[in-house]
Design a protein around this ligand. Structure first.
Ligand SMILES: Cc1cc2nc3c(=O)[nH]c(=O)nc-3n(C[C@H](O)[C@H](O)[C@H](O)COP(=O)(O)OP(=O)(O)OC[C@H]3O[C@@H](n4cnc5c(N)ncnc54)[C@H](O)[C@@H]3O)c2cc1C
Ligand code: SF4
Length: 344
């Protein structure tokens, strides 16, 4: 790990001005032997310091957001939704009363992520922006496609933790547990640059699939700070669930995760269905065939099973991750039944 300076920004504009580049751009620039100094944002530091310890990143400076006022608050928005500062920790968010009452699937996703120690430090913004956990990507010896090489080692190699959908030319799974459930809840994000220009966009459209660019997972621009995650107010009758399955119950990323958001009308027919699979594809994956299987139907066990089967339509498992199909199918079925069993 290289020596580096640590700066503490006091304002968003200060942070945006001091952080010269994004982690993805810094890794690309390092390969081209660019000598210009790189300074990067640090939130909780869990992922950015991991990348430095893995010798994948050697910034001259980290710019901490810890002292920037207002980034670690959760406030009710005028429309009844929630504004979550990007520096709110996963632990604080999971324990927040309003989140637990109004967005229980989000609280469940965060309460199960990583470990208590990590949740105490890791922030929601950093969680959404962490880089993938593919073991070839994390090992400096493998110069794979995502690091500017010409080959994906996972597709023909050790693919057990990789994507079953949209897994060409790169088969990463998106690493953020928060992302799946936030997409299911139709969250938006707010980004601010050094000139105080604000950019708001749906979280779902912020993520970048490998077909568009193999070297970045999102559309964060240099000198831009993710300031907040914006949740719309829960629709009347909204019921949600989040379930995950991993090899271990803590201190690990999941093998499969499912977030469900449903609304039923007075006749108990499903009028809104969003089903998002995490650890399934390079970006949070909308299981649209499963959603279509529920719309207009009474959500009972048969409908949930049919939707779960439909969720696996179009899967292209790799040689070592076919086990994920029955795993996801079971989780989708259970998550739908858990959502309709929930009363807001
Ligand atoms: C053992 C282990 C198990 C884990 N299990 C899970 C799991 O189950 N689910 C899960 O989702 N995650 C899991 N994680 C990942 C962990 O949750 C993330 O590494 C963490 O959330 C990153 O947050 P951070 O605040 O530490 O980000 P940092 O490491 O500080 O930053 C991450 C990236 O985001 C950038 N950044 C951060 N905040 C901003 C901002 N506001 N504006 C602009 N750029 C910013 C940084 O420059 C950096 O590139 C696990 C980690 C470990 C070590
Ligand atoms: S899945 Fe992506 S990150 Fe992993 S080896 Fe293949 S190209 Fe690299």
């Amino acid at each position: 790990m290289n020596r580096f300076a640590l700066a503490h920004a006091r304002t968003i504009a200060d942070a945006a001005a001091r952080a010269t580049t994004t982690v993805a751009d810094a890794m690309t620039a390092a390969r081209s032997n660019a000598t210009r100094p790189a300074s990067l944002i640090k939130a909780g530091g869990i992922d950015v310091l991991d990348l430095m310890k893995e010798n994948l990143l050697a910034p001259d400076m980290l710019v901490s957001l810890r002292d920037v006022a207002g980034l670690d608050t959760i406030t009710e928005a005028p429309d009844g939704g929630l504004r979550i500062g990007a520096m709110v920790t996963l632990g604080a968010l999971a324990a927040h009363d309003m989140v637990r009452r109004r967005y229980p699937a989000l609280a469940a996703a965060l309460a199960g992520a990583a470990s208590p120690q990590i949740r105490h430090v890791a922030t929601l913004g950093g969680n959404l922006l962490q880089r993938p956990r593919c073991w070839y990507f994390r090992a400096a010896a493998f110069h794979c496609l995502r690091k500017g090489g010409g080959h994906c080692f996972a597709i023909s190699g050790e693919s057990q933790y990789h994507a079953i959908f949209d897994n060409r030319p790169c088969a990463i799974v998106h690493p953020s547990s928060a992302a799946s459930v936030l997409v299911a809840l139709d969250a938006a994000i707010e980004l601010v640059d050094a000139d105080d220009t604000i950019r708001r966009l749906p979280l779902a459209s912020f993520f970048v699939a490998p077909g568009r660019d193999t070297e970045r997972e999102n559309d964060l621009r240099p000198r831009e700070i993710l300031t907040a995650i914006l949740l719309p107010p829960p629709a009347a009758g909204l019921c949600t669930a989040y379930l995950r399955q991993g090899e271990r119950s803590a201190f690990d990323w999941p093998l499969a995760e499912v977030a469900v958001a449903l609304v039923r009308n007075e006749e108990s027919l499903c009028v809104h269905a969003v089903i998002v699979l995490g650890a399934a594809a390079p970006v949070p994956y909308r299981a649209q065939a499963a959603e279509a299987a529920l719309l207009g139907r009474r959500v009972d066990d048969n409908a949930a099973r049919a939707a779960a089967r439909a969720a696996m339509e179009g899967a292209t498992p790799l040689p070592r991750n076919g086990y994920k199909l029955p795993l996801f199918e079971a989780l989708v079925h259970r998550a739908i039944m858990a959502a309709v069993a929930e009363t807001l």
